[in-house]
Write a protein that binds this ligand. Structure first.
Ligand SMILES: Cc1cc2nc3c(=O)[nH]c(=O)nc-3n(C[C@H](O)[C@H](O)[C@H](O)COP(=O)(O)OP(=O)(O)OC[C@H]3O[C@@H](n4cnc5c(N)ncnc54)[C@H](O)[C@@H]3O)c2cc1C
Ligand code: SF4
Length: 495
C-alpha cells in the first residue's frame, strides 16, 4: 500500500515540528497517540513523562482541527480504533522502527518516510562511514561543516582553525559561586501542564525523581524563544567553562536545548544557523560559537547516525567485563545517602530536574560507574529513563562508547577515567567534601582517587598497550600502598 494525498500523518512524540507535519504534509490530518503501555513500560523520571505528555497535548492544541489525539493501551489499539492507514516518518529507535514496518505489513501504516528532524540523512552517513571500523568525530564534524557550509570561508574554516576545544577547558572562576550569566529561558506553565500533572498523579505508573516546574521547551514556539534567549544572553560564555562544574550553578552557560531538540520541536540546523549568525554579527566570540556548533552539527548528528550504524547489538558490548548491578541508592536517586560532594550534587540534579550538564554526566556519574564496574547495559537504560532528554538513540554511543569504553574503543581513544585531582581542578566541590581528593588511603580517601587506581590496576594490560594511558600504569606500579588501596576499595560500600 502507498500513501494517498489524503492519508493522515501519524506523529510520534519526538516528531512534533513543522518540518515533519508542515510543508508538503501541511494539508494532512494528524494523528497523535498517548499509549499507556509505553508510559508504564519503564520507570521514567516523573518530569520526563510530564514533558512528553505536555509536548503531545500542546501539539494537539496547536494543530487544532487537523489533529486527533487518541489515548489507548497500545499504539496498535489506537491505530485500529482510528481506522485509517497512516503515513509515518521513521521513528528514532530500532524497536520502534521494526514496529512501524510490522504495522506496514498488516496495513495499519501506508508508508514510512525518512525522518527530517536531523541535518544529515541516514543514507548519507552510511556512505560516509563506508567500511570504517574506527570512527573519529573530528573527521565527521569537518565534513558536516563543509557540507552545510557552516563557519566556512570558502574551503577553509573561519578563523583558520576547525576546533577551539583548547580554549574551552577552563577551571571554574575563583571567588564566584556562579558563572553570573543570565538565567536560561523557562517556559510559563499553562492549563495543559496542570492537567498533565493531575493525570500523572492518577496514573498507575512507577516513576523516579521529584516533580518540579517545567524547565524545558516542548513546542516549536517555546523552542524558538529558548534558542533566542540562549543566543542573545548565554552563548558568549558557552565553551570557556564547558568542562567545569559549579555546585551552586546547575545550568552554567549550557543551552538546555537537548529536550526541544530531541522532541523534534527545534531543528538542529536552526540552532546552528542562529549561533553562526551571532558570530557574524559579532555578538558572540568564535570559540563559543564553534564549540556550540560542534556539539550539535558534530556530536549530536554523529551519535544519532552511529546509533543506526552500530545496530541494536551495540549495547551488548561489555569489553571491560563490568558486571555490577546499579545500587539501589543510584537507581532511586537517593542523593541524601551520598557523602561524596560531586556525586551527591550530580544525583540531586537528576532527582530534582532529570538533567545535569554534560561534564557531570561524564566526569562524575560516568566516571564513578566506570570505576565501580556498573553493567554498561543497565547504565544505558538508567540514563535513558532517569534523564529528561534520554531518548533511545542518544544513549548507547554516549554511555557504552564515550563514557564506559565498553565497545573496546570503537568511539573513544581511551577510557574516560579520572581521579579526584582532576575533579578538584574542574569543580568547586572538593572544598566542601568530607573526602580529600589528594588522599587515596584512609577514612577520608577520595573514592574517585582511590577508585581510579583500582581501575588502572584492574585494566593494566589494556591500558599499558595504549600510548595515551601507559603512563598511568607506570605511575600505579610506583605506588607503595597499592595493595592497601585495592583492599580498601574492594570493601568500600558507601560513597
Ligand atoms: C553519559 C552521558 C549521557 C548522555 N545522555 C544524553 C541524553 O540522554 N540525551 C541527550 O540529548 N544527550 C545526552 N548526552 C549528551 C550531553 O551531555 C547532553 O546533550 C547535554 O548535556 C544536554 O544539555 P544542553 O542541552 O544544555 O547541552 P549543551 O551543552 O548546551 O550542548 C548543546 C547541544 O549539543 C548536543 N550534544 C552535545 N553533546 C552531545 C552528545 N555527546 N550526544 C548528543 N548530543 C549532544 C545536545 O543536543 C545539546 O542540547 C549524554 C552524555 C553523556 C556523557
Ligand atoms: S574529594 Fe573526591 S569525592 Fe569529594 S568532591 Fe572531590 S572528587 Fe568528589
Amino acid at each position: 500500500m502507498t500513501a494517498r494525498d489524503d492519508t493522515p500523518l501519524w506523529l510520534f512524540a519526538d516528531q512534533l515540528s513543522p518540518v515533519v507535519h508542515g510543508g508538503e504534509h501541511a494539508h494532512r490530518e494528524v494523528l497523535l497517540v498517548e499509549a499507556d503501555s509505553a508510559l508504564r513500560r519503564r520507570r521514567y523520571h516523573r518530569q520526563k513523562l510530564h514533558l512528553v505528555l505536555s509536548a503531545l497535548r500542546h501539539a494537539d492544541h496547536d494543530l487544532g482541527d487537523r489533529a486527533t489525539l487518541l489515548r489507548a493501551e497500545t499504539y496498535t489499539d489506537a491505530l485500529e480504533r482510528y481506522g485509517r492507514p497512516v503515513l509515518v516518518h521513521e521513528p528514532t529507535s530500532h524497536a520502534a522502527e521494526r514496529f512501524v514496518h510490522r504495522l506496514r505489513r498488516v496495513g495499519l501504516v501506508a508508508d514510512v518516510l525518512p525522518t527530517p528532524t536531523f541535518a544529515l540523512p541516514r543514507k548519507d552517513f552510511a556512505d560516509w562511514a563506508g567500511e570504517r571500523s574506527r570512527f573519529r568525530m573530528e573527521d565527521f564534524y569537518r565534513d558536516q561543516r563543509r557540507r552545510f557550509d557552516v563557519l566556512m570561508d570558502g574551503a577553509e574554516p573561519v578563523g583558520g582553525r576547525w576546533n577551539y576545544d583548547t580554549d574551552n577547558r577552563e577551571s571554574p572562576p575563583k571567588n564566584q559561586e556562579t558563572l553570573g550569566v543570565p538565567k536560561p529561558y523557562q517556559p510559563r506553565e499553562d492549563g495543559i501542564d496542570d492537567k498533565v500533572r493531575r493525570d500523572i498523579d492518577r496514573m498507575d505508573v512507577d516513576t523516579v525523581g521529584n516533580d518540579g516546574p517545567r524547565l524545558f521547551a516542548v513546542t516549536p514556539a517555546e523552542a524558538k524563544r529558548a534558542l533566542q534567549r540562549f543566543i542573545d544572553h548565554r552563548l558568549p560564555m558557552f565553551g570557556r567553562y564547558e568542562d567545569a562544574i559549579m555546585g551552586d550553578d546547575w545550568a552554567m552557560s549550557h543551552s538546555l536545548l537537548s529536550v526541544p531538540l530531541n522532541l523534534g520541536v527545534l531543528h538542529p540546523l536552526d540552532a546552528v544557523h542562529a549561533a553562526e549568525q551571532a558570530y557574524r554579527d559579532k555578538t558572540a566570540p568564535l570559540a563559543a560559537v564553534e564549540g556550540f556548533i560542534r556539539k550539535i552539527l558534530g556530536w549530536r548528528e554523529y551519535v544519532w547516525n552511529l546509533y543506526w550504524h552500530f545496530g541494536p547489538g551495540y549495547t551488548r558490548n561489555n569489553k571491560l567485563h563490568a558486571r555490577e548491578d546499579l545500587p539501589d541508592w543510584w537507581r532511586d536517586l537517593d542523593a541524601d545517602s551520598v557523602t561524596a560532594e560531586c556525586l551527591r550534587h550530580a544525583l540531586i540534579g537528576v532527582r530534582d530536574r532529570g538533567w545535569t550538564h554534560h561534564i557531570q554526566r561524564l566526569m562524575v556519574l560516568g566516571n564513578h560507574a566506570l570505576q565501580r564496574e556498573y553493567n554498561p547495559r543497565e547504565l544505558t537504560e538508567w540514563f535513558a529513563t532517569a534523564y529528561v532528554d534520554g531518548f533511545r538513540w542518544v544513549m548507547p554511543t554516549n554511555v557504552v562508547g564515550m563514557s564506559q569504553h565498553a565497545d573496546g574503543g570503537m568511539l573513544a581513544t581511551k577510557p574516560y577515567a579520572s581521579g579526584g585531582a582532576y575533579i578538584n581542578k574542574m569543580s568547586d566541590h572538593c572544598g566542601d567534601c568530607g573526602y580529600d581528593p589528594k588522599k587515596r588511603l584512609g577514612d577520608d580517601a577520595c573514592p574517585f582517587t582511590a577508585g581510579y587506581w583500582a581501575f588502572v590496576n584492574r585494566h593494566q594490560d589494556l591500558l599499558a598497550k595504549n600510548n595515551r594511558t601507559q603512563r598511568a600504569v607506570s605511575s600505579m606500579k610506583r605506588l607503595k600502598d597499592l595493595d592497601a588501596v585495592l583492599a580498601q576499595e574492594k570493601s568500600r560500600t558507601a560513597f
